[in-house]
Design a protein around this ligand. Structure first.
Ligand code: S3P
Length: 440
């Protein structure tokens, strides 16, 4: 993967405004669900503000490989025509680094009778657990061969039967895979989870007219789906709060900063970071709330905060901020005391083992951090003052988190393979340069 970067302490402040690029999770869903709806209605579906990160482009390429056509792709807009989809591909389906592409598309393709394909991925994705989707899809009747629940994975699509599934983990990828399979199965498919994971699949399906219901009972949060008559529509993707998180933390920790971040998705299943900012007593405001394609969106203004309080993250907030934990760990390094992150063992199954990697990474910066099975304990420091050479393990969120900490490191920081940020956020450095104010 592409080049290492070297940063020296940034002695200015961050100021001005940026528009945050489109949400990765919603972009994947706009392509996949857009194709399902186009296939059923026989009409083209327009998607606006699609993420151009490599992960979403992997989903787009896979859909092309199974017969979905895309038209007029420019300025992050395109039209989806899936009338001739979904046919078995001639090539293997390469998901690159993207767990969302792999798990959601396994769900959809498992439900297409006669469909056959092999899923592969990069070095990181091939190590990640896929049993979490293979198990429920197999219970529905899909035939799936894997390398001990890892990639490569062969899918043989079938007429599936509906199930009720109690998911052992709160995972939106697992839930979405089952819902996409359930949409094309006989009967009502129901998924339970103990904590509510991101619900973008549910929001988009409902927005497009699906027979979907959600609720909560003594067994947990549930969602049910059955075959549906869709209405045609346009999907506009809102900005990504997970990308926004890097700028929020940067503005909070760099003296004299004040940044307005526009068009940020604030779906409550994603806003755990706002709760942590409140706990840490960071100075921020939510402005201009509105709804776009069923998703809540707002502008977020963050100001430098001198005394950042230490915080505790555990329990049901975890799925609401799982991808922000690396950059919240960076925030903890400057807090006035000890911060605790627990109940987050699934971090070990992300693009890298994010618990182990963050412990190595923050230690490299000279920060005291103690590894636990399900998280870490971070001791806030007055200063970051150590030359640091960081391994990203091809994990985009680690690369960007280290970048934010490098801005306040008084010594040189070298981040290896920084090009992996293109997975989710190719615009990261450009936007950072836009708000760097060297006069301070
Ligand atoms: C995602 C769900 C989360 C998240 C990932 C994207 C999605 O993963 O970490 O980056 O788009 O559904 P899990 O479902 O494994 O928790």
């Amino acid at each position: 993967m592409s080049k290492d970067i070297t940063n020296v302490k940034f002695s200015g402040c961050l100021s001005g405004e940026i528009i945050i690029p489109p949400d990765k999770s919603i972009s994947h869903r706009s392509l996949i669900i857009g194709a399902v709806v186009s296939k059923q209605t026989g009409k083209k579906i327009r998607v606006k503000n699609l993420s151009l990160g490599k992960d979403c482009l992997a989903t787009l390429d896979i859909l092309k490989n199974v017969g979905v056509k895309f038209f007029n792709f420019s300025n992050r807009e395109l039209e989806i025509d899936a009338k001739e989809a979904f046919r078995s591909p001639f090539e293997k389906l390469d998901c690159g680094n993207s767990g969302t592409s792999a798990r959601l598309l396994m769900g959809l393709f498992s439900s297409i009778n006669g469909f056959r394909a092999t899923f592969t991925g990069d070095e990181s994705l091939e190590k990640r657990p896929m049993g979490r989707v293979i198990k429920p899809l197999s219970l529905m009747g899909a035939k799936i061969n894997s390398n001990e629940n890892k990639m490569p994975i062969d899918i043989y699509g079938n007429d599936l039967k509906a199930i009720t599934y109690n998911s052992p983990i709160a995972s939106a990828q697992v839930k979405s895979a089952i819902l996409l399979a359930g949409l094309n199965s006989c009967g009502i498919t129901k998924v339970y989870e103990n904590y509510l994971s991101r619900n973008h699949t549910e929001v988009m399906l409902e927005y497009l007219g699906a027979n979907i219901k959600t609720g909560k009972d003594e067994n947990g949060f549930w969602v049910s789906i059955e075959k549906s008559e869709f209405k045609s529509g346009e999907i506009e993707v809102v900005g990504d709060i997970s990308s926004c998180a890097f700028f929020m933390v940067a503005a909070a920790i760099i003296p004299n900063s004040k940044v307005l971040i526009k068009n940020v998705g604030i779906n409550p299943t994603r806003t755990g970071i706002l709760d942590v900012f409140r706990q840490a007593e960071i100075n921020f405001s939510i402005l201009n709330e509105r709804t776009v394609s069923g998703e809540k969106v707002a502008d977020i203004e963050v100001c430098y905060t001198k005394n950042i309080k230490p915080f505790e993250i555990k329990g049901d907030i975890i799925p609401r901020l799982i991808d922000e934990i690396p950059v919240l760990a960076v925030l903890a390094t400057v807090a006035d005391g000890i911060s605790e992150i627990s109940d987050a063992s699934d971090l070990r199954n992300k693009e890298s083992d994010r618990i182990k990697a963050m412990v190595e990474g923050l230690s490299e910066f000279g920060i005291k951090i103690i590894e636990k099975d399900d998280g870490f304990t971070i001791y806030g420091a007055k200063k970051v003052n150590k030359k640091a050479v960081l391994e990203t393990h091809l994990d985009h969120r680690l690369a960007m988190s280290y970048y934010i900490l490098s801005l306040i490191n008084e010594k040189e920081t070298i981040i290896k393979d920084f090009g992996c940020v293109n997975t989710s956020f190719p615009e990261f450095l450009e936007l950072m340069d836009k708000i760097k104010n060297f006069r301070g």
